[in-house]
Design a protein around this ligand. Structure first.
Ligand code: NAP
Ligand code: GDP
Length: 318
């Protein structure tokens, strides 16, 4: 029996994660799946009328909801109110229109940086609402936590199948490589690119001691498609590399410097903030579903991201 046709609307389809999903979906096209990748040029999803128009135009059966105001530690610290308001508006418009237009499944995107600051480790899916988030990004965190609250409320009141995933720090092609606003890996890649040209060392912000689990965007995209096709829970699922793959910022900076063959090495600027020390996440739930999933080794994924940035320097977001 032929399976039902899916029309999958990907909000935030022009960004890091959206472009990775596009890449992976194109590698393994399925007859029953049609994807639509949106950017903010198609509709400002903060605007209820513009959001409704997009749903009217495409009548999606499924939504992968990625669109968000996103940024690294330093931009979050400066714009907590904007992160809170913009993300609340975007999420409310997307989820309410998904309900109104009878979307069968929505997968939204949370992040491991929204978990309580004071917590036990490793963090898991049950702990999202257990205490205040880190003060550096409380705006983004509370807006994202609300998605999980909304998902349960839509399910309880209307029986909707709205769920969410919780990735750790993501990086890869099509990332935001802006020196001020970016996350750590794209920021370091851009800085290393300039340092190489100028024969200088790579300047790393903070003590280099914080710990992070990084997931390559193409690995995350494969997991997203698995969630789209197979995952039935309303409760979120952490999409992360294993705990043993956690690395320090200094180790990651060294990998970036090595990928550029930087002769001057790295220098730590300890006058800059460290942010959260760690947010070690358990991927036990994911491993129960997919015990054999292979993550790309971090060094290889950083090398590929460096190659992409160098080859796409003129068009990269920076
Ligand atoms: P990104 O590269 O910055 O992309 C953001 C996307 O959202 C872009 O497509 C952007 O469109 C769109 N967007 C922003 N504001 C919009 C608006 N008002 N209306 C419509 N579209 C809008 O972000 P990303 O890293 O791919 O993040 C995707 C999702 O993953 C987000 O929900 C984020 O919170 C989550 N996440 C990211 C990370 C990470 O480390 N990057 C970690 C955990 C979770 P334009 O291209 O037109 O601007
Ligand atoms: P977070 O994981 O949510 O805290 O966000 P980031 O991806 O911005 O990572 C922040 C960590 O990387 C902090 O410990 C920063 O001090 C450190 N870091 C080192 N150099 C940079 C840089 O150039 N940009 C950013 N965003 N962070 C950096």
């Amino acid at each position: 029996m032929a399976s039902e046709k899916k029309v999958i609307l990907v909000t935030g389809g022009s960004g890091l994660v959206g472009q990775a999903i596009k890449n992976v979906a194109e590698q393994d096209p399925r007859e029953d799946e049609t994807y639509i990748f949106l950017s903010s040029k198609d509709a400002d999803l903060k605007d209820p009328a513009a959001t409704e128009k997009i749903f009217e135009k495409y009548h999606p059966t499924h939504v992968i909801h990625l669109a968000a105001m996103v940024g690294g530690l330093f931009t979050n610290m400066k714009h907590n109110l904007d992160f809170l308001r913009n993300n609340i508006l975007i999420n409310d418009n997307v989820l309410q229109n998904s309900y109104k237009f009878g979307v069968k499944k929505v997968i939204s995107c949370l992040s491991t940086c929204i978990f309580p600051d004071k917590t036990s480790y490793p963090i898991d899916e049950t702990m999202i609402h257990d205490g205040p988030p880190h003060s550096s990004n409380f705006g983004y965190s509370y807006a994202k936590r609300l998605i999980d609250v909304q998902n349960h409320a839509y399910h309880q009141q209307h029986g909707c199948h709205f769920t969410s995933v919780i990735p750790t720090n993501v990086f890869g092609a099509h990332d935001n490589y802006n020196l001020e606003d970016s996350h750590v890996i794209p920021g370091l890649i851009h800085k290393a690119y300039l340092a190489k040209k100028e024969g200088k060392p790579l300047m790393v912000f903070g003590s280099g001691k914080p710990l992070r689990q990084f997931i390559y965007s193409l690995d995350l995209a494969k997991l997203f498609l698995w969630v789209l096709r197979e995952y039935e829970e309303i409760d979120p699922i952490i999409l992360s590399v294993d705990e043993a793959s956690e690395v320090s910022i200094e180790q990651v900076a060294q990998m970036v410097a090595d990928a550029f063959k930087l002769e001057q090495g790295i220098v730590l600027d300890t006058t800059k903030a460290d942010g959260q020390y760690k947010k070690t996440a358990s991927n036990n739930k994911l491993r129960c579903y997919l015990p054999d999933f292979q993550f790309t080794p971090l060094k290889d994924a950083i090398k590929s991201s460096v190659e992409w940035f160098v080859q796409n320097y003129d068009v990269a977001r920076k």
